[in-house]
Design a protein around this ligand. Structure first.
Ligand code: TRP
Length: 371
């Protein structure tokens, strides 16, 4: 694959992503300064993840805001495929979702697609997936979602809540559609082929819970967009509003390109990592630096491809600090060791606090479950 090429599906992200091209390919819209200003009027500020372009694209977010201005609240819907431990990359969209829940004072449905992860992996047993589901729930609760306004939906456990909707959806989507949209092949197992309606169903669950058409806003990384595309196509025919989306970019892993991956543990900082592990991983991370100090001082380095830079920008630096870091990096006035040091110093206390909340989450799991 040349560096110009990239592929994005819900199950694989490869190559150097050109997000502008991806928006054109998927048919989504860029979050405009005007839309940002309308959000700011409600939230009181522009969240750094919007301002710095981590959330960058949308479908119908403007409609959600228009309705909200008229006093019509929406539901948030997001999810997680419990295929492994939670790493820092997973936390960003959840932190943003919690912020939206707080600022807009809205309810949230959080789906755990244990079925999907069982079907997708040749190696994983249902027990493996169940273990990750239980572990991941602690991370989700540790984010701080409001237990009165949040329900966690586990597919295999709560299937009766979504199966009737999933059936209505499934009946309206053909094999040739999912083949084209999701890239399924003849060798794909039929569980996977039949799975998309299960992830689509929670888009309509709020309308059923509320007993009236209810708008849904989905914060998710843009790789999940294929689901919403097929769901939007049939929503109105089924009498539901089209689900709206706000799309994030991928957080680079500490390896080369692509998203941080739990399946390559050295490239991911897990929420359960201790100080020593964090130091080790950050010490050996890929950066945008030159091979030698001399070259770096004379040529400068490439912050745009540097995961250390992006971690600091999205999690810890202020905008001003981050812009300054970028400028210094480019001009050769900053060596990678310094940025790595900054990232280690910021990550360790952040994880300590998170682990504390994760421990406390164990006592309140029931509050988040559908009965
Ligand atoms: N399929 C997603 C994953 O593998 C999980 C998921 C289910 C999801 N519903 C969602 C993600 C809604 C975002 C929004 O991670």
């Amino acid at each position: 694959m040349s560096s110009e090429e990239f592929t994005v599906t819900p199950w694989s992200v490869e190559g150097e992503i050109d997000y502008d091209k991806l928006m054109v390919k998927f048919g989504t819209e860029k979050i405009s300064p005007e839309l940002e200003a309308r959000i700011e009027k409600i939230t009181g500020e522009v969240h750094p993840m919007l301002k710095l372009g981590y959330f960058f694209s949308h479908r119908d977010l403007d409609k959600i805001i228009t309705e909200y201005e008229k006093g019509n609240k929406f539901y948030l819907y997001t999810g997680r495929g419990p295929s492994g431990k939670i790493h820092m990359g997973h936390l960003l969209p959840w932190i943003f979702t919690k912020y939206l829940q707080e600022k807009f004072d809205v309810k949230l449905i959080f789906q755990l697609t244990d079925d999907e992860k069982f079907l997708y992996s040749d190696q994983k047993s249902m027990e493996d997936v169940k273990k990750f589901t239980e572990e991941n729930i602690l991370d989700i609760i540790a984010i701080g979602f409001d237990p009165k306004k949040t329900k966690i939906l586990i597919d295999t456990k709560d299937i009766k809540r979504i199966y009737p909707i999933a059936l209505e959806i499934a009946k309206r989507i053909t094999f040739s559609t999912v083949k084209a949209v999701f890239g399924f092949e003849n060798s794909t197992n039929i569980g996977m082929i039949g799975f998309p309606p299960i992830q689509a169903a929670p888009c309509f669950l709020p309308s059923i819970i509320e007993g009236k058409p209810t708008q849904v806003l989905i914060p998710a990384a843009i790789d999940q967009d294929p689901y919403w595309r097929v769901t939007r196509d049939i929503a109105e025919k089924m009498g539901y509003p089209k689900p709206a989306q706000i799309h994030s970019k991928f957080l680079p892993g500490l390896g080369m390109q692509g998203k941080m991956s739990s399946s390559i543990p050295e490239t991911a900082i897990f929420t359960t990592d201790d100080d020593k592990t964090v130091d080790k991983k950050i010490n050996s991370t890929f950066t945008g630096g030159q091979p030698t100090v001399e070259l770096q001082k004379s040529l400068g380095a490439n912050f745009a491809i540097c995961p250390v830079f992006w971690y600091l920008r999205y999690f810890f630096d202020t905008e001003k600090k981050s812009d300054e870091r970028a400028r210094k990096c480019k001009s050769g006035g900053l060596l990678c060791g310094e940025c790595k040091g900054n990232l280690k110093d910021a990550t360790k206390p952040f994880l300590k606090e998170f682990q504390d909340r994760r421990e406390k989450a164990k006592d309140i799991v029931d509050k988040f479950m559908f009965e």
